[in-house]
Design a protein around this ligand. Structure first.
Ligand SMILES: [Mg+2]
Length: 232
């Protein structure tokens, strides 16, 4: 086994429970804007429609086809449009409120804290995340995991998103490490795992949904607790 000194963590869906926190935020928005009456739809269809647009728009944002400000509002505007509502001002308000409310949610994946506690004195821990700077830093702070990390690298700061090799090189530079001393933990096969591999960094695939694949990955886990066994 390589002698690791640095562990890079992805944030959303690896430590911070994006799906559950996002659902909680949408329950708030659903009530605040009285969506049930306004769009005549139940919570599940509202949330499902948003997720569909959000995923597609994030892909476009990663491919540099759209900018952050457009992504932020358009995911709400497109959702409203699907229910025959074309109120752009409302979409803007919802987008703004989402960015305020979402980072206040603080549910982490099971065993996140105990795993970080175990690793913190043995390794230097860092985060590499594709999210927006102002949102990601708040999530890290509000969920109580700030103290575990030396460096947080966001795609906004690096100028490119994972899986681009450059964000990993940028991160190695920032923490002053060679690829051989590092390992990357993430939930997304393409974005985190193949991205890190392409930069010569070992990988731990947090494959919580047991996605089938044929990739050769350093380690694969379905619970964060297994990280402790790997580094034991
Ligand atoms: Mg992730």
């Amino acid at each position: 086994m390589r002698k690791y000194k640095h562990i890079f963590f992805d944030l959303d869906r690896t430590l911070w429970d994006f799906e559950k926190n996002s659902e909680e935020t949408f329950k708030d928005l659903y009530l605040i804007y009285n969506i049930e009456q306004l769009l005549n739809c139940d919570f599940d269809s509202f949330f499902k429609t948003y997720k569909k647009h959000n995923t597609l728009l994030w892909e476009e944002y990663r491919n540099k086809k759209i900018i952050k400000e457009f992504l932020s509002v358009q995911r709400f505007f497109a959702t409203l449009n699907d229910f025959d509502n074309y109120d752009l001002e409302l979409a803007k308000k919802m987008a703004e409120n989402y960015l305020i409310l979402s980072p206040q949610k603080n549910l982490l994946f099971p065993h996140a804290i105990e795993t970080l506690e175990y690793l913190k004195d043995k390794y230097q821990l860092h985060i590499i995340t594709n999210g927006f700077i102002e949102v990601q830093y708040k999530k890290i702070k509000n969920s109580g995991i700030e103290k575990f990390f030396n460096q947080t690298i966001t795609s906004e700061e690096a100028g490119v998103q994972k899986p681009d090799k450059y964000i990993f090189e940028f991160s190695l530079n920032k923490v002053n490490a060679s690829p051989e001393e590092c390992i990357m933990i993430g939930d997304d096969l393409k974005i985190d795992i193949l991205g890190a591999k392409n930069a010569g960094i070992d990988q731990i695939f947090f494959n919580v949904d047991n996605v089938k694949h044929n990739e050769n990955i350093t380690f694969e886990i379905d619970s964060l607790k297994q990280i402790i066994e790997i580094f034991n």
